[in-house]
Design a protein around this ligand. Structure first.
Ligand SMILES: Cc1cc2nc3c(=O)[nH]c(=O)nc-3n(C[C@H](O)[C@H](O)[C@H](O)COP(=O)(O)OP(=O)(O)OC[C@H]3O[C@@H](n4cnc5c(N)ncnc54)[C@H](O)[C@@H]3O)c2cc1C
Length: 495
């Protein structure tokens, strides 16, 4: 009898929300049957799944406003969703909530080659911006490896990075202005098409806020001229510490490469049979160092990088001789994640950032953890930014392996914090790293994050339960930030 009552009340609630959304959206833009909502049950963190109550597919800003006003009135949580490639569970639905998909907000509204800007809707794929800008000799620099699928709205929410971000900056450095809708349905513009905007820099606050402050409906991005030439060096190292130190040496020599990526032996052996990139699979570590600019600049920078790499202990150095070879060298790096799927049923991609000089120490620490947890880990990452992406290989059907993979991931992030780094690089906190936030931040800092959230979203309906842990969650997790030996949250019970 009780179960029946619950079912009835759930269905009544779903009907109420569907009716409210149907009133503001066109036919076919509100999904609620299980077979229609199933594709939205997870993002790239596919080990975690949850069917949403309803999915809304608005086609313009006015409809986004309508969805938000309806959800605000009915007190329904909303999870924004771009392409669902996020790796931290940011777009994971909430059972009693609405997923607001930007799939139909996918138009490039303006391409201004004089101002070198583009105005796009949030559901436009990252690579589509560069494709549309190419005839003007321009491109959009931030290039996540997922760029053929991920959307600019998702990039803004995650402050995404990519191979070229070391030299050209992250999303936050390449977005000039956004339009967004608040939970109460108000349309707000942040930033400016000029170099700076008056008042507080709320654009910077918003970028990287993981769908918790508002729904992005329009983005103005900065475009830059395509370089005349690009070449890449592939350098081999006999151990990961020497490879890691070479990364720090290049930056210390005053060189900012257009890309500086590292792959360990597990990664190169994983990817080579897949893409035949010509990698030295006997090397303990490979560095890919790209130079771009005019022909003279590239020639000079390649020579300088070669000299540093030799001095730092590289055992072999190959320089791409043409564009086809350059793309071949990068193809392995860009396909490392899919290649992991060939040797392991599941992988767990971690994302922490550390000072470059600590790369060797942390990679050795990860090697030790492989033994401790009895799981393999492949490292392929943005070395120039100190942004690690350990891929923990495991089988999600084996509950014990899954649990060990989670503990392994947490310990990597704790090591990142210990060496002076952070628990996120570019994939966000989402649900995946929410417990690790307790380790990195103090009670005061978490309170400040909640204060920002409440200022934008007083009823806390936008992507709640993600990114910022409550103090009780930290207490339950049993891990808390301890600074100078002083135990925080001493008033909360330990579990
Ligand atoms: C193979 C692979 C490689 C990857 N490589 C990289 C990489 O190199 N660099 C990198 O940074 N990331 C990488 N990622 C992670 C992911 O692609 C990025 O985080 C990307 O920005 C997510 O975009 P999305 O459109 O898929 O967003 P989703 O996954 O749909 O959503 C991500 C977050 O953004 C929020 N959101 C989405 N749209 C909006 C909106 N309009 N308004 C407000 N909030 C919104 C969601 O609520 C969620 O919190 C990779 C992922 C995969 C699967």
């Amino acid at each position: 009898m009780n179960i029946q009552q619950n079912l009835t009340s759930d269905t009544t609630r779903q009907r109420e929300v569907v009716d409210a959304l149907n009133a503001v959206l066109p036919k076919g833009a509100v999904l609620f049957n299980e077979e229609d909502t199933r594709p939205y049950e997870c993002d790239g963190l596919s080990a975690y799944r949850q069917l949403p109550m309803v999915v809304a597919l608005p086609e313009n800003e006015e409809q986004v406003v309508g969805v938000l006003k309806a959800c605000h009135r009915l007190k329904v949580p909303i999870v924004p969703r771009g392409a669902g490639t996020g790796l931290s569970g940011g777009a994971l639905p909430i059972a009693e909530g609405v997923v607001l998909s930007t799939a139909r907000l996918n138009r490039i509204l303006k391409m201004d080659s004089y101002a070198r800007t583009a105005v796009v809707q949030p559901g436009v794929r990252n690579i589509s911006i560069s494709e549309a800008a190419a005839p003007h000799g321009l491109y959009y620099a931030p290039d996540p490896s997922s760029q053929i699928a991920c959307t600019i709205g998702g990039n803004v929410a995650e402050n995404s990075g990519g191979v070229h971000c070391l030299k050209y900056g992250l999303t936050v450095h390449n977005v000039m202005r956004i339009r967004m809708v608040t939970i109460s349905g108000e349309v707000v513009e942040l930033g400016n098409e000029a170099l700076d905007a008056a008042g507080f820099d709320l654009l910077a606050v918003f970028i990287g806020s993981e769908g918790m402050l508002g729904i992005v409906t329009e983005v103005t991005v900065r475009l830059i001229p395509k370089p005349q030439q690009a070449r890449v060096i592939m350098a081999s190292f006999n151990d990961v510490v020497t490879g890691g130190n070479a990364v720090a040496d290049i930056i210390a020599a005053g060189i900012i490469p257009a890309g500086l990526e590292m792959m360990d032996r597990t990664s190169s052996r994983m990817v080579e049979p897949f893409v035949h990139a010509g990698y030295d699979i006997d090397a303990a570590a490979l560095l890919l160092c790209e130079s771009d600019g005019n022909i003279e600049e590239v020639e000079d920078e390649i020579l300088r990088m070669e000299a540093v790499l030799q001095h730092s202990g590289a055992t072999a150095i190959t320089v791409s001789q043409n564009e086809a070879e350059r793309l071949k060298f990068w193809s392995g790096r860009k396909n490392a994640f899919p290649a992991a799927g060939r040797i392991s049923p599941d992988y767990y991609c971690m994302d922490g950032t550390i000072p470059r000089k600590e790369l060797g120490r942390v990679l050795l620490g990860i090697e030790e953890m492989e033994k401790k947890y009895g799981l393999r880990c492949a490292n392929v990452f943005h070395a120039g930014d100190g942004n690690l992406h350990p891929l923990i290989l495991f089988d999600a059907n084996n509950a014990d392996e899954f649990h060990r993979a989670e503990l392994f991931g947490e310990e990597i992030l704790e090591l990142c914090v210990e060496v002076g780094g952070t628990i996120t690089g570019e994939h966000g906190v989402g649900l995946e790293k929410i417990n690790s936030m307790c380790v990195q931040f103090s009670r005061e800092e978490l309170d400040a994050f909640f204060a920002v959230k409440r200022a934008f979203d007083p009823p806390q309906l936008l992507n709640p339960t993600k990114a910022i842990p409550t103090l009780h969650r930290c207490a339950e997790h049993g891990k808390m930030h301890v600074r100078k030996g002083e135990l925080k949250f001493s008033d909360l019970p330990r579990f």
